[in-house]
Design a binder for this molecule. Sequence first.
Ligand code: ATP
Ligand code: MG
Length: 582
Amino acid sequence: MYQVIARKYRPQTFEEVVGQAHVKQTLRNAIDQGRIAHGYVFSGPRGTGKTTLARILAMALNCEGGPSSSADPQSPACREIAAGGSLDVIEIDAASNRRIDDIRELRESVRFRPVRDRYKVFIIDEAHQITSDAFNALLKTLEEPPEWAVFVLCTTEPQAIPPTIASRCQSFAFRSVDLPLVIEHLARICRSEGVEAENDALTALALAGDGSIRDSLSALDQSIAAFGKSLDAKQVRDLLGAIPSEVTVQILVAIRDGDPGAMLAIVDDLFQQGRHPQHFCGELTRQFRNLMVMKFAGADSHLVVAGEREREAARAWTEEFSNEDLTRYVQILLALYQDLQQATQQRFRLEIGLLKLVFAGRLRPIEELLSGLAPGESATPPQPASRKVRRRPSTARPPVATPARPEPAPVASAAPAAESRASKRVKERAPRPPQPAPVPELAPPPPAVTEFKQRLIESIEQSEAAFLADAIRSSELERQGRVVTFRVPDEWTAMMELQKPLLEAALMGLVGGKPDVRLVGGNAGSSGQDQSSPAPSPARAAEARDSGHVDQRALANPAFLEFKKRFEGRVADVMDLRKKAQ
Ligand SMILES: Nc1ncnc2c1ncn2[C@@H]1O[C@H](COP(=O)(O)OP(=O)(O)OP(=O)(O)O)[C@@H](O)[C@H]1O
Ligand SMILES: [Mg+2]
């Protein structure tokens, strides 16, 4: 009868096990020194050799002339164990024997000596499935087992093994198997099966397993069933639903260039090819996760399962995006994967999810934005957060390794080239020596208004709202009866809005009743610190600083105004943290 490749090629000796060097070495030493523990926990990803090594351990313990780490797999005892027919090596599937009664039965069986061999080995697969009562029933047996009993608990979820159990066992953490080792193993099996496989086909099979040898062997089985004894890389990739590298590059280019049209065209292609959206999204998530890990841990990181060629291509892409960008992209894709679990409107869901990647754009790190905010320091020219830094024509070429965004120009390093344009900008931004409050360059208002404005300023300077005088000076003012319209420069808008009641109170006497105050933002004539500074006159600033109004103090602070400008923000609220702390 046909036996699947994974079973046919289950290793029978320590040497045949691929990877897991640390586990193999420790177990062999323990066996050869006769230091055999009664309990072992083998934990790690699926299909990496846990059950296989548990059986090899059982063979080593029970082989003729043993225990020995070099047991002969062809000996009758070992063959029996390998075939699962040994009376003294008992494999229990904890997924279906997880209850207390099952464990009680097992305890009974532990009490009896092995029928023929030296040790009675209990291999408990999926041990994390055992109920907590059943684990408790096992505690005593694990604590003081009879001399012939050895337990091997295999699990993919070590955290689900109670500490009381784990502390009575020796733990071995199995690892995902490195890609080159998996490829070599696949090549060996192909040779002995008489299968001709292109190198890239083997890489695709190994990648499909994501570090699990069983999964890679299953993929190999599937490919042989589909294409016979000659495996072509493209066919294999298509069969496994892997995303062709050109498509990944197209997606990355669309994100980098902020090109929603290109992204929609990619989705269209995918549907034309009949790809499964969720599977596709899962693959894409894996690739973006790899980029993210390589960005954080370096392109050579062993945390990424990838071939040399993929690594090289990915290295260049990691330089195109920031840490924050890649993290966000992975989050967006994870959410999309969840969303695609809904069976309806798959195409729209995929379109929206991938468009989110485009619109997520690229963020500048907050540190970069904040750098140079203190008065007197330089800063990069302000760029809005969450906007694309640059656009490039859409191409499918791999990226050149350029920084994702222009480097901030730190003052310290702006030394001799200090008269460069950047440093001039720095100087322009530095706080200026004391000077009178700026008057915006506006067309001169009609005399009646000027006089009215003058009276308003005088009256307000006598009132508790004196700090508004600068804002009013910088604003254009129109009056029609009780309707008073202020065209306010951006930098003062927030304060005028906050202090509207005080403004109304000050106008009350001047217009002979309750005024209708209208504030219109965006007085171009005085916007921007560079032309007509929003920085208040020193006298005003000092006055504001000393006065009790926190918002007024904040708005008198040039650093705060620069902050507000850089974040293109409105002032939502101003808090006195000292008061809050009291
Ligand atoms: N390290 C390895 N070296 C060689 N072959 C391996 C290795 N790990 C797994 N295999 C192959 O995969 C098959 C399954 O392995 P095994 O049962 O040991 O995995 P496992 O770690 O117990 O997985 P699970 O957690 O799913 O039970 C084996 O028959 C073998 O063909
Ligand atoms: Mg297993």
